[in-house]
Design a protein around this ligand. Structure first.
Ligand code: ZN
Length: 250
């Protein structure tokens, strides 16, 4: 039996599938990888410093530049690819419980994955959050204010700084999101890691939790990961090819 059919069989028989996706699934949509081994930030420490929350808070010019770029539509253009679409289809064909993603681009939901099954552990760019009171509001509203001339919009409730609702370097993850992801992983019988190097915590803790509770681990990633030796199957093909090939066998 070929590898795709073997993986498809585990998915078909599973009662609780948890999928974790990383930058590798979205690079095929033209979205740059920031944190990975060949990521924008990894290769350019200055860019990483600029991405740090302290820099954002301290540097008004940096904030104005960020808002201007977003308002001009220069950030996060990109459409779902065949890999995203296959994961949306997986939800229709098998017992997908939770889709945890390290990506902030919203492409899983755009491809048709149910928003209530998706956990975005690094946040998202559809919303903005106030760094003081935590209030969340739609990104579109903030961008309307920027286009109307407010070049560094602040919170309408408390006057605090606004930032996209992503988790920047130097910021903590949202504990409730992380807990949900951990609970899902701990109860998985099949855990699929797709397009993630599994090198950074807390994402790397998820396959660990799944394995500890007896899950079958499948790794789909172009580069080796620390979990390859523990996986029942490792696939190196690009996700836009590998995921549809697996899902169509279910
Ligand atoms: Zn506020």
């Amino acid at each position: 039996m070929d590898e795709d059919a073997r993986i498809a069989g585990w998915l078909r028989d599973a009662d609780r599938i948890v999928v974790l996706t990383g930058a590798g699934i979205s690079t095929e949509s033209g979205i740059p990888d920031f944190r990975g081994p060949n990521g924008v930030w990894t290769k350019d420490p200055a860019a990483e410093r600029r991405a740090n929350i302290r820099h954002y808070v301290a540097d008004a010019q940096h904030r104005r530049d960020s808002w201007r770029r977003r308002a001009a539509g220069e950030a996060y253009a990109g459409a779902p690819n065949a890999g995203h679409v296959a994961l949306a289809e997986l939800e229709r064909r098998a017992a997908l419980h939770t889709l945890v993603t390290q990506n902030v681009d919203g492409l899983h939901q755009a491809a048709g994955s149910s928003p209530d099954r998706v956990i975005e552990i690094h946040g998202n760019v559809r919303e903005v959050k106030c760094l003081d009171c935590g209030r969340r509001s739609p990104m579109a509203e903030a961008l309307d204010r920027v286009r109307a001339g407010d070049d560094d919009p602040h919170c309408t409730e408390c006057g605090g700084l606004l930032k996209s609702a992503t988790v920047s370097f130097g910021e903590s993850l949202v504990p409730a999101d992380l807990e949900r992801a951990q609970d899902a992983a701990a109860g998985a019988d099949v855990f699929v890691a797709a397009g993630t190097s599994l090198g950074v915590y807390p994402a790397a803790a998820l396959p660990e939790l799944a394995l500890r509770n007896g899950a079958v681990l499948v790794v789909l990633n172009a580069e080796p990961t620390p979990f390859d030796g523990l996986a029942e199957a490792v696939v190196r093909e690009r996700l836009g090819t590998a995921l549809p090939a697996i899902v169509e066998h279910i």
